[in-house]
Design a protein around this ligand. Structure first.
Ligand code: AMP
Ligand code: MG
Length: 416
């Protein structure tokens, strides 16, 4: 396929897309899955919520004590400080006390319902008990230490919205309002395969000119971390026929097909031709480093993303392009990568392309975060990824001086 400078996918000047253009273009083709399933709370971690959840109850459901202490009427505070109040009942969490009359106090524990009549709780550290009478030793405000009914959530309130990836906090929240089951989007099935006759599997001795296939395992792990089902089709040999056959096999079973390698311009790169014979291909040269070539298209109706071959490029292009695409398919809403400002502990001048530098974060003496670069930034240097906490993004042509504020993209949010 020949691309010209007038093609809308390309920047006229350089014949290349920038990162945002490529993401925007990709996302135009991302259709959320509409298949859903009902699951239980205990199976919800990592799933994407496919309905809004409203609370059927107020939380807390009753006025309750925020402290271990004593419940009383605020009109009795003065008496309690001078003469003391008779302690007439004991209310542990889970039991309900009786009406509290004037001149009386109730022993009460955290989370227990405040008895009718009482409107204030005094913490036990501020009291003493003499002959079963409560004496308050510190000033206390009327209404203190009570968590009122509905303080957190009121009945009918939407507590979780469709598209949320469910993590511990969301699951705990659903449980706290008594919800047991709900609809989530079906897991995305992603078929992957590697290309390259130089690749052998870990566990096999390396022959001359051979390397271990790292992309296969790295990509599977990246996808699993996104909650996808991985359909692993191994490695396709570097021929047009094998690549074509594997593309068709992948598309039959998957919602999305992702390959690595074989999308450069060499004669051994068969993904482009094979894809064009079974669907449609757009090949982008993206003005970024690492990871320039990216292929996108479809195999019959199944979307396809062809990542570059170098393992570091795979990692970075997965995070920037494949991840937002598949998250949209998954039904997720917020897909923008989170970035944080940190200080550069390095100087760097980017060429006329966006550069993503692998960095580790350290604390400076003032408690701020500084980013140190890995010394070897080649796109084949796998140890750089394992060493790093994330990427620093450097704009096209920008010069970064030691101490400048830079944008940091943590792997912890993307790749785990
Ligand atoms: P390609 O785009 O196929 O020319 O690959 C670019 C570079 O990435 C070559 O040096 C390949 O050997 C390397 N490469 C491709 N696929 C893999 C893989 N699955 N694991 C490790 N390295 C790879
Ligand atoms: Mg290759």
């Amino acid at each position: 396929m020949t691309r010209t400078a007038t093609d809308p996918c390309f920047d006229n000047q350089a014949g290349m897309l920038n990162v945002e253009q490529a993401v925007a273009e990709l996302l135009q083709h991302a259709q959320p899955l509409d298949a859903r399933e009902r699951i239980n709370l205990m199976d919800a971690a990592g799933r994407i919520l496919a309905q809004d959840l409203a609370s059927p109850i107020d939380v807390p459901g009753f006025d309750n004590s925020a402290m271990d202490g004593y419940a009383l009427r605020s009109s009795d505070i003065e008496t309690a400080r001078k003469d003391g109040l008779e302690i007439v009942q004991r209310i542990p969490a889970g039991s309900v006390g009786e009406y509290l009359h004037a001149g009386c106090a109730a022993r009460i524990f955290t989370g227990a319902p405040v008895p009718e009549g009482a409107d204030t709780v005094v913490m036990q550290e501020h009291c003493r008990v003499e002959d079963s009478r409560l004496v308050i030793e510190h000033a206390v405000n009327a209404g203190a230490n009570i968590r009122p009914r509905g303080n957190d959530i009121t009945a009918g309130m939407t507590v979780l919205q469709t598209g949320v990836p469910l993590k511990a906090a969301h699951i705990g929240l659903a449980a706290s309002v008594g919800i047991t089951a709900f609809e989530v989007f079906r897991r995305l099935n992603v078929a992957i395969f590697s290309t390259g006759d130089e690749l052998v599997e870990p566990g096999t001795p390396l022959g001359p000119g051979q390397i271990y296939n790292s992309n296969r395992y790295q990509l599977a792990a990246l996808l699993q971390a996104q909650g996808c089902e991985v359909i692993d089709l191994g490695t396709a040999v570097d021929t047009f026929a094998a690549t074509r056959k594997t593309l068709l096999l992948a598309a039959e079973q998957a919602d999305l097909v992702i390959t690595t390698g074989g999308v450069s311009v060499g004669e051994e790169d068969h993904v482009k031709d094979a894809l064009e014979s079974v669907g449609k291909l757009t090949l982008w040269r993206i003005r970024m480093k690492p990871g320039k070539p990216l292929a996108f298209g479809r195999i019959e109706a199944t979307p396809f993303i062809g990542l570059p071959g170098n393992p570091v490029s795979v990692f970075v292009t997965f995070l920037l392009f494949a991840r937002p695409f598949l998250q949209t398919l998954q039904g997720r809403t917020a897909i923008e990568p989170q970035t944080y400002p940190v200080r550069a502990a390095f100087s760097y001048t980017a060429k006329q392309r966006r550069e993503y530098v692998r960095v580790r974060l350290n604390s400076d003496p003032t408690g701020g975060l500084v980013a140190e670069t890995f010394p070897r930034q080649g796109s084949d240097v796998m140890s750089s990824l394992a060493w790093s906490d994330g990427l620093v993004e450097i704009a096209e042509g920008a010069t970064i001086q030691d101490g400048d504020s830079v944008r940091f993209l943590p792997f912890s949010e993307w790749a785990s």
